[in-house]
Design a protein around this ligand. Structure first.
Ligand code: RIB
Length: 286
């Protein structure tokens, strides 16, 4: 069984700041770094580092074509990543010094120009039973859910970043839905974690649900305490969690085992700066 991740690839421009800039404020940063990122690309790297066979599909710009080599160096298959003529996706990320919390401005670029022909061609290379992983940083997510399900792929969606359009996606076709509290609330209309899960389970009875609670843990009908690490930079912790969870799921682990494994990986990722660069390798986990 293989994983196809059709998702974003971004260049992250990261500034460490004393606090997240406020409206009307100009704030200096003494620290700038450029990292490979994008929720899609981060999740592919997390899958690969966890040992899963993963193919990434998507689009980069001419100035960000180096992301392809970066993913390949991690063992991600990259033949379905195309290079567009126009600029690729990038993110401006502020990381607050004391807490490691971040704030992100996203420019979609090539991630938002994916053609249906690209979707159809890539899907034709996969078999029923393979996993299709999606996020919400490309323009063809809803189409991929429909087409992927129609050809027998098991579709997993992490609807991040959340947007009103997600409510119109065919979510009832999903095998696995991974949301944080904000995304869960937007999809269910509920605020409290148990009620979010109850409401989503009633709406999508065929779908396995995973509700991540940041530093507090994760719920999958059972509760998994978060692993305790002092955060340096929380960027891509969610991406790490999803990649490791799916890799464990593919390897036949129970939900409880997969949750514990993914939580440990996400906990380790927040102790390091950057998005993709912060994702641990399976050998680093207990
Ligand atoms: O989840 C973290 C990612 O979100 C960053 O790498 C950035 O590119 C944005 O897509």
């Amino acid at each position: 069984m293989r994983v196809l991740n059709f998702g974003s690839l971004n260049v992250d421009h990261v500034y460490r700041v004393p606090h997240i800039v406020r409206p009307g404020e100009t704030l200096g940063s003494g620290s700038y770094a450029r990292f490979p990122g994008g929720k899609g690309a981060n999740q592919s790297v997390a899958l690969a580092r966890a040992g899963a066979p993963v193919w990434h599909a998507g689009m980069v710009g001419p100035e960000s074509a180096w992301l392809r080599e970066r993913l390949a160096a991690d063992g991600v298959h990259t033949e379905f990543i195309r290079v567009d003529d126009e600029p690729g996706g990038h993110a401006i990320i502020q990381v607050e010094e004391a807490s490691g919390q971040n704030s992100i401005v996203l420019f979609g670029g090539a991630n938002q120009r994916i053609a249906s022909e690209h979707v159809v061609r890539v899907l034709s290379a996969f078999q029923p039973g393979d996993m299709l992983l999606l996020q919400n940083e490309i323009n063809v997510t809803a189409e991929l859910i429909r087409r992927g399900h129609a050809v027998g792929l098991r579709v997993c969606l992490n609807p991040a970043p959340m947007a009103p359009g997600v409510l119109d996606f065919p979510l009832e076709l999903l095998d696995l839905l991974v949301v944080n509290e904000h995304e869960g609330e937007a999809l269910s209309g509920e605020k409290e974690p148990e009620r979010i899960l109850d409401a989503l389970a009633a709406k999508y009875p065929q779908t396995r649900l995973c509700l991540t609670l940041g530093g507090d843990g994760v719920m999958f009908r059972a509760f998994q305490p978060a692993s305790a690490h002092k955060p340096v930079d929380t960027t891509a912790a969610g991406d790490t969690f999803i990649g490791y969870f799916l890799a464990a799921d593919l390897a036949g682990k129970t939900a409880a085992e997969a949750l514990a494994y993914a939580s440990e990986a996400a906990g380790l990722s927040v102790t390091r700066p950057g998005a993709m660069d912060s994702i641990p390798w399976a050998r680093e986990l207990a």
